[in-house]
Ligand binder design. Structure first.
Ligand SMILES: *Cc1c(COP(=O)(O)O)cnc(C)c1O
Length: 384
């Protein structure tokens, strides 16, 4: 059996190697490393794939979130509601801009932000909601968009983990994750579902004016050379990364399907086990029905009951099976983001999830022998 990796990028590279090497050599020969034709071409390709009017490439996903908040004109003291159960980048940029993060609890089955908790957290100072499409599945956007409209709030999607996922509205309309709110932010970090070979990120929007503002902010606030109309940042996707992303984008749907295949295998093994809870897909289709590719399984995350999560983790480590605990500590309990206004009773779900979740190896190269070994090791331990 091949050694099991949490994320295996080596095999995926072999498949697209000739194309990558050809484009790298072309870029090196032309020495157009920043803002070259490769970046413009990738931008167009991604706009077409997502069905969105504007893609604005930038340097990484954290920057994309920050630039989104700058572009919407959020000001110090404005409150921004986001999930307690997510990667710190989401809340980090809120704090950096001296906005006030307001963390709220999540749904125990999908791990995504809870619309009821959002409603309770809204105050006259609230300006934006940042739903995180955690582990590859959209937050309940229809409800979130309704709440936002009712209260005049911006919606900034943290789409770092869900590029390629679809979201289906109750009227049947289907749209790509990241294109549903006022602005979407994504990451092309190597281990994300669409990853480059370094750092990269992008913003998505259908709003022409906002797109123009964002394009200036990523480039030092310049709309005309050496005229700085607003305070900007230096956040660019380079040509080499754009070339990697251009080579991979045509394969993204297939990559997502490979992940769903692995997820189905895991679901088949663990579904119905008294101590294991498989991740819930919003429409109950496990991301497999043709009209609803709603989950792209950036992570496959189980809940382990009976207080046995850490013991299972030790067993996996001893069996040569990598795993991840995403996330071990709720953000509201992190030193940097603690706030005396938070009450423990409001974070019951996140507190529990941090004790119960474990994420299994998930990538495009898992084969049946490996999946069989992983599921066998887990069931063998849990049934002991
Ligand atoms: C990875 C990630 C980010 C940050 O992306 P970078 O490109 O690493 O800056 C933000 N939010 C979430 C939910 C992520 O998973």
């Amino acid at each position: 059996m091949r050694k099991i990796q949490m994320v295996d990028l080596v095999q995926q590279y072999q498949e697209i190697k000739p194309q990558i090497q050809e484009s790298f050599s072309r870029i090196l020969d032309s020495a157009s490393f920043i803002n070259g034709p490769e970046v413009a071409a990738f931008q167009k390709d991604l706009e077409q794939y997502l069905g969105v009017k504007h893609v604005i490439p930038c340097a990484n996903g954290t920057d994309a979130l920050q630039i989104a908040m700058m572009g919407l004109g959020l000001k110090p003291g404005d409150e921004v509601i986001t999930a307690d159960f997510t990667f710190a980048a989401t809340v980090e940029v809120i704090a950096l801009l001296q906005l006030t993060p307001v963390l709220v609890d999540v749904d125990p089955e999908t791990f995504n932000i809870d619309p009821e908790a959002i409603k309770k957290a809204i105050t006259p100072k609230t300006r934006a909601i940042v739903p995180v499409h955690l582990f590859g599945q959209c937050a309940p956007m229809e409800e979130i968009l309704r709440i936002a409209e009712e209260h005049g709030l911006y919606v900034i999607e943290d789409n770092a983990q869900a590029i390629g996922a679809n979201y289906q509205f109750s009227d049947g309309r289907v749209q790509k994750a990241g294109t549903l709110g006022h602005v979407g932010a994504t990451s092309f970090f190597p281990s994300k579902n669409l990853g480059c070979y370094g750092d990269g990120g992008a913003l998505f929007t259908n709003d022409d004016e906002l797109a123009h503002t964002l394009r200036g902010i990523v480039n030092h606030g310049m709309y005309e050379r050496y005229h700085h109309d607003v305070v900007g940042v230096n956040s660019r996707l380079d040509s080499l990364q754009a070339a990697v992303l251009r080579a991979k984008l045509p394969h993204l749907d297939r990559y997502c399907e490979k992940r769903r295949q692995a997820a189905r295998y895991y679901n088949g093994a663990f579904g119905g086990h008294p101590l294991l809870t498989i991740p819930k897909t919003m429409r109950g289709c496990e991301g497999i029905c043709p009209t609803c590719d709603c989950h792209v399984f950036h992570q496959y995350t189980l809940k382990v009951g009976g207080g046995r999560r850490d013991a299972l983790a030790d067993h996996l480590a001893a069996s040569g099976i990598p795993f991840g605990i995403y996330y071990p500590i709720p953000l509201h309990l992190q030193k940097a983001y603690a706030d005396p206004r938070y009450r423990e009773a409001d974070f019951g779900v996140t507190n529990q999830l941090c004790k119960e979740v474990i994420s299994l190896p998930m990538h495009t190269e898992l084969d049946e022998e490996q999946l069989d070994y992983i599921t066998g090791a887990i069931l063998g331990f849990m049934d002991r």
